[in-house]
Design a protein around this ligand. Structure first.
Ligand code: UD1
Length: 358
C-alpha cells in the first residue's frame, strides 16, 4: 500500500508526524508532499526537524497569495505529482487551503482521500477554514474525527456513517510524545524570560489581525494585562506584517518574540499561567495540559475544549478578557478534563483503519 501525505502549513506538521510514524511501523510505502504554503524556516523546517517528520519528497513551493491564487496554484502543481506517484490513498490534514486544494484534485481524479481531523465546525462561514472543512469533508472517502461532535456534524451534513471513524486527536499524540523533551527546554526558557508568571499570547486570525484598528485594540488590551503579569507574544508573520503596515506601537509590557519551534512553544504553554489565543490547535493543547485558555474568537470548531476543557470563548469583549483573567489569577480558572481518545494513540487507530480499508 502507498499513502501520500499532503502538508502545507504549521498546524499540519504535528498532525502528520504521528500518522507517518504509525504507517511506517506497518511498512506502508509513503510519499510526503509539502505544498510550500508556509515556507519560513520558523514556520516549517523547524517542525520537520523537531518532530522527526520525513523530509518532503516533493515541495510544490506555492508560497503566499490570495486564497484563490494559493488554492489554484496548489491544485495545478499537485495534479501532475499525484498522477505520477499514483498513491492508493491521499491523506490531508486539518483545514488549511492546502487541505482543500489537494482533496479537490484527488476527488476529480478518483483517488481516495482520507481527512484527518474531520467534522470540526465553528458554524462561522466567514472563516476561510470553515469553508475548507465543509468542502474537504464532502470530498473525502474516509473521515477521521477527533471527538464525537465531529461525527454528529458529519452525519447532519449527510456523510454516510460508514465513512466516519472516531479515532481521537492526532495532535495530542505528538504532544504526549514530545512533552518530556519540551520540559527539558524549560530551565533555559525560564532563564531567558525571568520575572515569574506569564501570559502566553498568539494571534493570527484575519478577523483579529488584518484590520489595524482591531489589532491596535488587542495590543492595548495586552498592554493592560502586561501591567499584571509578563506577556510573551510569539508573533506570526501575518501579524507582524499587519503591525508594520498599520505603524502600530506595541506596548512596552508586551514582549514580542519570533515564532517558536514546537518544543519551546510547548514548554511555554505548559508553564504559562494563562494562554490567550485565536488558534484552533492551542485551544486543544491547553485543554490537554490543564492550562487556562482565553480564546479571542466568537465561536470555536473545538467545542469540547469549552464543555470539558479549560477554554473560555471571549470573542471581542475585552472587558470580559480582564474579568476572566482576574478569575484565573485568583485561582478560580477552569481545571477541565481531557476528552476521551485524546490519549496519544489516535494515529495508531488511523493506521489500523487505513490498512483495513486498503
Ligand atoms: C494558515 C491557515 C490557518 C492556520 C495558519 C497557521 C489557511 C486558510 N489558513 O493561515 O488555518 O491556522 O496557517 O499559521 O490555510 N507568511 C510568511 N511566511 C510563511 C507563511 C506565511 O511570511 O512561511 C506570511 C505571508 O505574508 C502570508 C501570510 O503570512 O501572506 C499569511 O499566510 P497564509 O499561509 O496565507 O495564511 P496563515 O495566516 O498563515
Amino acid at each position: 500500500m502507498h499513502c501520500l501525505h499532503v502538508v502545507g502549513a504549521r498546524p499540519n506538521f504535528m498532525k502528520a508526524a504521528p500518522v507517518a510514524a504509525a504507517l511506517a511501523a506497518r511498512a506502508v510505502t509513503q510519499t510526503m508532499v509539502h505544498t510550500g504554503q508556509h515556507y519560513d524556516a520558523r514556520m516549517s523546517e523547524i517542525f520537520f526537524t523537531e518532530l522527526g517528520l520525513p523530509q518532503p519528497d516533493v515541495n510544490l513551493e506555492v508560497g503566499s497569495g490570495s486564497h484563490t491564487v494559493q488554492t489554484a496554484q496548489i491544485m495545478q502543481r499537485f495534479e501532475p505529482v499525484v498522477l505520477e506517484r499514483s498513491p492508493d490513498l491521499v491523506l490531508v490534514y486539518g483545514d488549511i487551503n492546502s487541505t482543500l486544494a489537494a482533496a479537490l484534485v484527488c476527488a476529480k481524479l478518483l483517488i481516495p482521500v482520507a481527512h484527518v481531523e474531520a467534522g470540526l465546525r465553528s458554524g462561522d462561514r466567514s472563516m476561510p477554514e470553515e469553508i475548507n472543512r465543509l468542502l474537504t469533508d464532502q470530498l473525502a472517502d474516509l473521515l477521521f474525527t477527533p471527538s464525537a461532535d465531529g461525527d454528529e456534524n458529519l452525519l447532519r451534513e449527510g456523510i454516510p456513517p460508514e465513512k466516519i471513524r472516531l479515532v481521537g486527536n492526532v495532535m495530542i499524540d505528538t504532544l504526549v510524545r514530545m512533552l518530556p523533551q519540551a520540559e527539558r527546554r524549560w530551565p533555559r526558557l525560564e532563564t531567558a524570560f525571568p520575572g515569574g508568571p506569564f501570559a502566553l499570547v498568539t494571534l493570527h486570525r484575519p478577523s483579529n489581525v488584518d484590520d489595524p484598528r482591531q489589532l491596535e485594540r488587542l495590543l492595548a488590551a495586552l498592554g493592560r494585562i502586561g501591567a499584571q503579569l509578563n506577556v510573551l507574544f510569539p508573533v506570526h508573520p501575518r501579524t507582524r506584517q499587519s503591525i508594520a503596515d498599520g505603524g502600530l506601537a506595541v506596548p512596552q509590557s508586551v514582549h514580542l518574540m519570533e515564532p517558536q519551534g514546537y518544543l519551546d512553544f510547548l514548554a511555554l504553554q505548559s508553564h504559562a499561567r494563562v494562554v490567550i489565543t485565536d488558534s484552533g490547535g492551542i485551544q486543544e493543547e491547553t485543554t490537554f495540559l490543564g492550562v487556562p485558555c482565553l480564546t479571542l474568537r466568537d465561536s470555536t470548531e473545538r467545542p469540547v475544549t469549552v464543555t470539558m476543557g479549560t477554554n473560555v470563548l471571549i470573542g471581542g469583549d475585552l472587558e470580559r478578557l480582564q474579568v476572566e483573567l482576574g478569575r484565573i489569577l485568583a485561582g478560580q480558572g477552569k481545571h477541565g478534563q481531557r476528552p476521551p481518545l485524546w490519549d496519544g494513540h489516535a494515529a495508531e487507530r488511523i493506521a489500523g483503519e487505513i490498512l483495513l480499508h486498503g
